[in-house]
Design a protein around this ligand. Structure first.
Ligand code: ATP
Ligand code: MG
Length: 387
C-alpha cells in the first residue's frame, strides 16, 4: 500500500465497535486525518459524534459486518466479539483485516486460547475444559479438582464477569451449564501487563505495567507505569509477550495479561488483540500512545518509540450506583488541580454499578507521588447518578 494515500484522502478505515477504545483511537485518526467509519449496536455509542461515518449494526451478525465493510479499505476492531466468518470471507476477497479472523477465533474463546498456550508451550496455569457441570462434579468427586479453583466461562466474559472463584462443593453445584474451564488458582504476587505492537515487519513492546484490581468487582482499579518488578521479571515478561504475539500472528496491538506468582514464575492469564485498559496511560506517559501505535500497525507504518516520557498511574472511573441513572462525576473539581492530572470521560450518559465510565491519568517524575495522587483521586471522585 502507498502510505501517502492514507491521509487526507479517500482511504477509509473501518472500525468494528464504537465504545471508549474506539473513541480514543479516533483521537489519533483525527490527528492523522484518516477517514473513519464505525459500526456499533448502540446508536448513542461514544464514537458516533467523532467518526466520519457511523452505522448502527450487530457486530456478531454476518450480513451486518459484510455490508459495513464493503467500502472500507482496512478493517480493525475495538472489541473481540465480532463475526469471524464474515471477517474470513472479507480476507478471502482481498480485504485487509487486522487482527485476522484466525487470531480472533483463538482469542474469542478462553478454552481455545488456553489450548493454544498449551500446544505452543507458552506458560499458563493448569486447566481443563468442560461443557457440563455434571462432568466438573464428577471430576471433583474423584479427586481431580483441587479447591479453591477458578471457573471461567469459555465465551462472552468481560470485565471479570465470566470468572468465579470456586471454594466448595456448593459453589461447584451452582455453576451455570456453559462451555467453561476450571483453572488452578494461582498464588498471585502481582498482575502485570505487556502490550505488544506488531506491523508486518517489526514488533515493539510498551513498558511493563502493574495492574491493581478491586477485590469485590474483579475490575482493574489502578495501572502503574512502570511496574515495580525486577529487571529479570521484566525481561521474562517482555520475551513471553513477544513470543505469543508472533505465534498467534497478531497484527495490531496484543495486550498480554500476566501473573507473577509467589515463586516469581510468569504465567499468561489472557490476551486481547486490541487497545487495552492497561495501556490508557500511554496517552500521557509514553512517546507514542497505544492508539497511535495501533493505527501504525494496521497501516504497516513505522512503529513509534514506546519509551516512557514520564511515569504515571491510571485510575479507572466505574459506576458506583446500583440503579442505572444519569451520570454525575462527583467531586471532580476537587482533583483537577493536582499537577499532571488528565481526565477522560467516555461519553456514556448513564452510570450503573461497575460500568467503566472514564479514567484519570496522573503523571509525575516520581511514580510513588503519582500513585499517592491516584489513591487520593479514587477516594475523592465518585461516579454515580445519586445527587
Ligand atoms: N487462575 C487464576 N488464579 C487466580 N486468579 C485468577 C485466575 N484467573 C483469573 N484470576 C483473577 O480474575 C481476574 C479476571 O480474570 P480474567 O482476566 O480471565 O477475566 P476477564 O473477564 O477477561 O477480565 P477482564 O476483562 O477484566 O480482563 C484476573 O485479573 C485475576 O485477578
Ligand atoms: Mg483479564
Amino acid at each position: 500500500m502507498d502510505q501517502r494515500q492514507f491521509f487526507s484522502s479517500d482511504f477509509k478505515l473501518g472500525i468494528l465497535g464504537g465504545g471508549q477504545l474506539g473513541k480514543m483511537l479516533l483521537y489519533d485518526t483525527i490527528r492523522y486525518d484518516i477517514f473513519t467509519k464505525v459500526m456499533d449496536p448502540d446508536q448513542n455509542a461514544a464514537c458516533k459524534s467523532i467518526c466520519n461515518e457511523f452505522v448502527v449494526g450487530d457486530l456478531t451478525n454476518y450480513d451486518d459486518v459484510i455490508n459495513f465493510c464493503k467500502d472500507v479499505d482496512v478493517v480493525t476492531i475495538e472489541i473481540e466479539n465480532v463475526n469471524t466468518d464474515a471477517l474470513e470471507y472479507l480476507e478471502k476477497i482481498g480485504k485487509n483485516v487486522y487482527p485476522s479472523s484466525s487470531t480472533l477465533r483463538i482469542i474469542q474463546n478462553k478454552s481455545i486460547q488456553k489450548d493454544f498456550y498449551r500446544t505452543n508451550n507458552l506458560p499458563t496455569s493448569d486447566y481443563k475444559n468442560y461443557s457440563e457441570v455434571s462432568a466438573i462434579l464428577e471430576d471433583y468427586k474423584s479427586g481431580n479438582i483441587a479447591l479453591p479453583a477458578v471457573w471461567k466461562s469459555a465465551q462472552f466474559g468481560y470485565d471479570g464477569k465470566g470468572v468465579k472463584i470456586v471454594k466448595n462443593l456448593s459453589d461447584l453445584e451452582s455453576l451455570p451449564n456453559l462451555d467453561c474451564l476450571i483453572e488452578q488458582k494461582v498464588n498471585i504476587k502481582k498482575e502485570i501487563s505487556v502490550i505488544v505492537a506488531r506491523n508486518q515487519r517489526e514488533e515493539r513492546c510498551f513498558p511493563v505495567t502493574e495492574m491493581e484490581f478491586n477485590e469485590d468487582s474483579n475490575l482493574v482499579e489502578y495501572i502503574m507505569c512502570p511496574a515495580d518488578i525486577s529487571k529479570e521479571t521484566e525481561k521474562k515478561a517482555l520475551a513471553i509477550a513477544i513470543n505469543i504475539a508472533k505465534k498467534i500472528n497478531c497484527i495490531g496491538l496484543l495486550a498480554v495479561e500476566l501473573f507473577v506468582t509467589d515463586q516469581d514464575e510468569i504465567l499468561i492469564n489472557e490476551v486481547a488483540p486490541r487497545p487495552h485498559n492497561s495501556g490508557h496511560h500511554t496517552i500521557e506517559c509514553c512517546l507514542t500512545s497505544q492508539f497511535d501505535q495501533h493505527v501504525r500497525c494496521i497501516l504497516n507504518l513505522p512503529l513509534g518509540s514506546t519509551k516512557i516520557k514520564i511515569p504515571g498511574v491510571m485510575v479507572n472511573l466505574v459506576g458506583e450506583n446500583k440503579i442505572e441513572g444519569d451520570v454525575i462525576y462527583k467531586n471532580i473539581e476537587k482533583i483537577l488541580d493536582i499537577p499532571g492530572v488528565s481526565t477522560h470521560f467516555y461519553g456514556k450518559k448513564k452510570s450503573r454499578l461497575n460500568r467503566k465510565m472514564g479514567h484519570i491519568t496522573v503523571v509525575n517524575k516520581d511514580v510513588n507521588t503519582a500513585i499517592e495522587a491516584g489513591r487520593k483521586i479514587k477516594k475523592t471522585v465518585k461516579v454515580t447518578s445519586i445527587k
